[in-house]
Ligand binder design. Sequence first.
Ligand code: NDP
Length: 425
Amino acid sequence: MRSNIQDSKHRSSHTTEQEFGGTLGAICIPIFLPLTVLLLITLCQSPDASVLQWPPLLPSSERLWDPLAPMLVLGWMALHAVLYLLPFGKVSEGLVLRDGTRLKYPINGFYGLCITGVLLMLFMWLGAPLGFLFELLLPLAMCATALSFLLAVYLYVRSFWAPPHALALGGNTGNPLYDFYIGRELNPRIGNFDLKYFCELRPGLIGWVVINLGMLMKEVELRGSPSLAMIMVNSFQLLYVTDALWNEEAVLTTMDIVHDGFGFMLTFGDLGWVPFTYGLQAVFLVMHPQHISPLKAAAIITLNGVGYYIFRKSNSQKNQFRRDPTHPSVARLETIATATGKRLLVSGWWGFVRHPNYLGDMAMALAWSLPCGFSHLLPYFYVIYFTILLIHREARDERQCRGKYGLAWDTYCRRIPYRIFPYIY
Ligand code: NDP
């Protein structure tokens, strides 16, 4: 394998610049992020929910394991694999790859969400105790993490049989730890089944909202009815997930699909991190009920609505522009030329700040935490983490765009000086 690594390094290593802390990051992140997930769930389920407890609250070993968990995780993955293969919806082409070809992707994630919803209603009608997900959270997170590791090992090994042009530019450094973490192969497929695209939006995102529903049902078990705060968190996050799956085609132009290889960073991000940390507010509310006045609720709903509007409009505008710049909705926008032949928008949403979509996303993230009140920091984990993630992501994107567009990108930055927050950053 070593000679393979060296061989592929000579044949197709495109960049040695390492992201996410290089080798040190590639060692620490796969250890500490799964532990963080377990710690966060444990804290949210504890009466104190204090992030300042020292030593940190560790779950007992019997709380980490339940034989039902691996069956549920594998059954869940199998269900979504079957839904992925159903001949519903259109088939769309991704961006042009380095060998000049374009891959085809089924756009049927929204149907997957709807069918899952119907199946869940059926299970609940048959008496399935969905609230039990509260007790199962730690074992489920353990199993999802184990699955992410196994999948990443499989992806790493199989990447040595991939042709050089199928490798991600940044995941092919020859450093096994780093390449395992960041991902070597860009679009690993089994036949027509695209593993990265499948994991990106379906099992994790839909799993997240199902866990949220489980927390709502747990609240019903404990207190007779769901609280307004719980309904708000469930509804906001369901809107976000529904939007992502309704606009599934847009994922084909994101950094994850176009630029990043499929390694542990994405397997764990998609299957372990998103479903078990993005909905922590709902887990927190089960143990720490909150009262919200109608006025406060209206203000939070407005914030989520404004954030959603900015997020959706800006993403749709750029996607439309990249797919068809002559479309009437974008044809009149001011643009600047680049040496690659692609143009950059300098008016409309993308003339407001350089990442208006991140701004809207952050506003929504804040709205998801506010229903949890101000007594604890823990339910604000998502908005704090997400702000750091998007600021880091913006810097990565900026570096890539400067590499791609050179002087034209500098001109764009001079025209639109603020990155995410107008007049601040
Ligand atoms: P973006 O959708 O912001 O895409 C960035 C790319 O857009 C650039 O690389 C460039 O690519 C193109 N671009 C940048 N500026 C312009 C311009 N002025 N005119 C035309 N094209 C431009 O990237 P992401 O994939 O990071 O984000 C997509 C969405 O997903 C965002 O709303 C983000 O908030 C969300 N997201 C959510 C996450 C979550 O965990 N909830 C995680 C990550 C993202 P090119 O020129 O090559 O087309």
